[in-house]
Design a protein around this ligand. Sequence first.
Ligand SMILES: [Zn+2]
Length: 87
Amino acid sequence: MFGGSDACRVGRGWHCNQVEPMPDLAKQVVKTYPAQGEMQLFRLAGATEFNCSRCQNTKTAKLVAVVSGDWNRLLCNGCYGKLLSEQ
Ligand SMILES: [Zn+2]
């Protein structure tokens, strides 16, 4: 029997690497700010439309915060700042 890493190589590897298709937003990151708790702020190459998971508003901005590294859980700069101040 082989170890886990060998099993990963012969398998499809989806459960090993957990590499998901990179969201369009993530491709535009030009600057990564230090993580603040489970939130991390990113600067995008240009103003980009996204939905804030907290205030539910559609925002167009260069700054976007991501919760727990999950690009499906985005925060606008306003909510990011508010959550930071509440920590
Ligand atoms: Zn928001």
